[in-house]
Design a protein around this ligand. Sequence first.
Ligand code: DGL
Length: 281
Amino acid sequence: MTDRPILMFDSGVGGLTVLREARVLMPDRRFVYVADDAAFPYGAWEEVALRAHILDLFGGLLDRFRPAISVIACNTASTLVIDALRARFPGHPFVGTVPAIKPAAERTQSGLVSVLATPGTVKRQYTRDLISQWASKVHVRLVGSTQLAGLAETYMRDGFVDEEAVRAEIAPCFVEQDGRRTDIVVLACTHYPFLVNRMRKTAPWPVDWLDPAEAIARRAAALLAEVEPAPGGRAGSGGPADGRSGHGDIAVFTSGRDDAANRRLMQGFGLAVDTGEPAAG
Ligand code: DGL
């Protein structure tokens, strides 16, 4: 039972920002990282087609990997399909990733918050509902970026980032109004924390960049403890006790890509690229 993996899902490398936090909290757990890179970027998809695509893909993934829980480490997917996934696979526990609007609304001093996300996430009803539910007294600017997720992919694989492009993409997040300024930018795409140093460098003034990865990892650990209570009440034991990380953790790319740069990147995250059959979808 305890060797059932946690499945971590994103359209690309963004979910690795959540995986690295999840490893800290669940060091004995095996992980299967799934990047639906054949369909990247999710941010550009039309909603009906993306929902059907992810539901189809998940049927195959759950059959193949039999995970204990799945983490949708992608705002663009979660805000669209988390409810449909729970309805379609009722016996399987899912953790979603949605824009951290509530904590931002609680923390802002200036009352001006920006949500930086993919074009898909900013237009979701789910995101609008989060704002009306938790941030009705705060001015929230939604900023849809067409470039940042791709820039993060390039940065992680090739080590290069176009700083001017980062500056242009984040610029609309910075609002000045009645002598007040935006003080929090919610990173509502799991790719963006990889670029946060460049964002800091190119920002017109300092802000708090809210990265929800740790909170998502905590939610995953809590859910795992509920579904697999460990003897004595501790969650997640059962892996090797030699202090090494990595328990046959793998990365699955739906495109079947297996190039050296990708393999090196995944190796850096303790993942072996799965060269078996690409997941159907
Ligand atoms: N990492 C994804 C997210 O959190 C989106 C990237 C994409 O557009 O595919 O929203």
